[in-house]
Design a protein around this ligand. Structure first.
Ligand SMILES: NC(=O)c1ccc[n+]([C@@H]2O[C@H](COP(=O)([O-])OP(=O)(O)OC[C@H]3O[C@@H](n4cnc5c(N)ncnc54)[C@H](O)[C@@H]3O)[C@@H](O)[C@H]2O)c1
Ligand SMILES: O=P(O)(O)OC[C@H]1O[C@H](O[C@H]2[C@H](O)[C@@H](O)[C@@H](O)O[C@@H]2CO)[C@H](O)[C@@H](O)[C@@H]1O
Ligand SMILES: [Mn+2]
Length: 441
């Protein structure tokens, strides 16, 4: 197995330490020669990097080198694979994305709501630039992107780089849900075989089998209906917001028992209920600033002060392990199945070919080989087509600098709908995103 040279773009992210622990846990399956962090915020990255250096000394002494830099050429030269996890505008702008719509009674939601449009219009430029730069310095490197809003980013990257190989977008939500299925069934998560279709943060499990082919779907549905549904990955198990989100699976199953829903569907199916529960001064961004970000900052400070990990609790999370395992399947041609985003081209036969769908695929060295889904029932087809039209219009708004396309996008978004509300939200978002968004005419 050739040892890999990995760059983590967005080294200062709150997910980096979890990713490092996952790389350590998976070192036999995904052996590394070097890790490099790249970030455009020197100070933010430095803290995480200093702590990482101590963690690696203790747990990964055989690693050849670890560096961190804000210089793209240094970061991207001689790499085999890049993980991209940036947040253009930071958590501060996420808070605006959530607060502005809420002023008009609409839940912002940073990926699939109007907040996702705002975040998407900020992310696209940085993402396009990063892909060009990574390919410039290491043209054969794999790029594994999970920067959000992944659906909109994937749509934009597909348009900008239709011929660029080795570029894949991935999300951890399906596997985090499967973590809860596995706990409920007392099974090993990697023995569960999902059948799944949809768009990113907009999909359904049609079936869950075990490795012997036993269909476990009905047991899962019955358990959720009888006992409810809870997050079980350590990273989110005790998070009240995620607990409430997982709880909604039961409600969705009562209303639509056919398939097991992705938790993000709550925002599309019950937007008004969710908006009513939100508080302007404590949207999810604020909870993350006071929660995950604070916790990671304190953890890094402690490690740096002690020059050791002896006084902190470190753990592997499903997010990191999923990304690392998927990466190993790509670079070592393992042909394992992961749920990823790919261009539809007939996979779901009754929705547009150019949609970026999220489905199970064999991950091989020559790219993802998705499994066919076939026709989906009218309700799901309608929802998907509406949402895909919204995502396309956001990308159109970016590439065409079009105010009208942005307004059309928000109007199609099931969280907004009402045109005067869409207009008011859009006009406020334009002001808040000056310098980040293209100038919409
Ligand atoms: N797809 C998924 O399922 C999934 C799961 C987890 C996290 N994420 C995404 O990972 C990203 C990081 O999340 P976070 O909460 O840790 O955010 P964060 O703000 O803590 O970290 C992002 C880092 O990216 C850096 N950054 C911003 N723009 C950059 C650029 N142009 N070039 C280089 N670095 C840049 C920031 O300085 C920061 O250090 C987000 O996009 C988040 O949505 C996605
Ligand atoms: O609101 P946040 O910032 O806590 O989470 C937003 C992300 O939520 C999903 O991902 C993960 C989560 O990031 C991770 O820690 C894991 O353990 O559980 C979640 C899934 O339940 C989502 O898939 C991401 O796209 C969001 O960024
Ligand atoms: Mn996701």
């Amino acid at each position: 197995m050739k040892k890999q040279n990995l760059v983590i773009v967005g080294g200062g992210s709150t997910y980096t330490i979890g990713m490092i622990m996952s790389l350590i846990a998976e070192k036999k399956n995904f052996p590394l020669n070097s890790i490099t962090f790249y970030d455009n915020d020197e100070k933010r990255q430095e803290k995480v990097a200093k702590a990482t250096s101590i963690i690696l000394d203790e747990y990964y002494p055989e690693l050849e080198s670890f560096h961190y830099t804000t210089d793209k050429e240094t970061a991207f030269t001689g790499i085999d694979i890049a993980f991209i996890q940036i947040r253009t505008g930071g958590l501060q702008m996420r808070e605006m994305d959530e607060q502005i719509p809420l002023k008009y009674g609409v839940v912002g939601q940073e990926t699939c709501g109007p907040g996702g449009m705002a975040y998407g219009l900020r992310s696209i430029r940085d993402m396009i630039e990063l892909v060009y730069d990574i390919k410039k310095y290491s043209k054969d490197a794999w790029i594994l992107n999970y920067t959000n809003p992944a659906a909109i980013v994937a749509e934009a990257l597909k348009r900008e780089f239709p011929q660029v190989p080795k570029l894949i977008n991935i999300c951890d939500m399906p596997i985090a849900i499967m973590h809860s299925f596995a706990t409920m069934l007392n099974k090993n998560i990697w023995d569960l075989v999902p059948s799944y279709f949809g768009l990113n943060h907009f999909g359904w499990f049609t079936k869950i089998e075990d490795s012997e082919g036993n269909d476990l779907t009905q047991i899962i549905k019955d358990t959720i209906m009888g006992e409810g549904f809870v997050p079980t990955d350590q990273e989110i198990a005790n998070d009240q917001s995620w607990q409430q989100t997982f709880e909604q699976a039961r409600k969705m199953l009562i209303d639509f028992p056919e398939f097991l829903p992705n938790t993000y569907l709550q925002y599309y199916l019950y937007p008004d209920d969710l908006a009513k529960k939100e508080s302007l001064t404590n949207t999810r961004a604020r909870q993350v600033i006071n929660g995950r970000e604070k916790r990671i900052t304190e953890l890094c400070n402690q490690i740096i002060q002690d020059k050791s990990t002896k006084n902190v609790e470190l753990h592997v999370d499903i997010h990191g392990v999923y990304m690392v395992k998927a990466a190993a399947s790509l670079v070592y041609n393992l042909k394992q199945t992961y749920i990823v985003m790919v261009e539809n081209n007939g996979i779901i036969s009754n929705i547009p070919d150019d949609a970026m769908v999220e489905v199970p695929a064999l991950l091989t060295a020559s790219g993802p080989k998705p499994f066919s889904v076939g026709k989906v029932p009218t309700f799901y087809k309608g929802l998907i087509e509406n949402q895909f039209a919204y995502e396309k219009l956001v990308a159109d708004a970016y590439f065409e600098n079009s105010y009208t396309k942005a307004l059309q996008a928000l109007t199609l978004n099931r969280m907004v709908v009402h045109v005067p509300t869409a207009k008011a939200i859009l006009d406020d978002l334009i002001k808040a995103n000056k310098g980040y968004w293209p100038e919409l005419q």
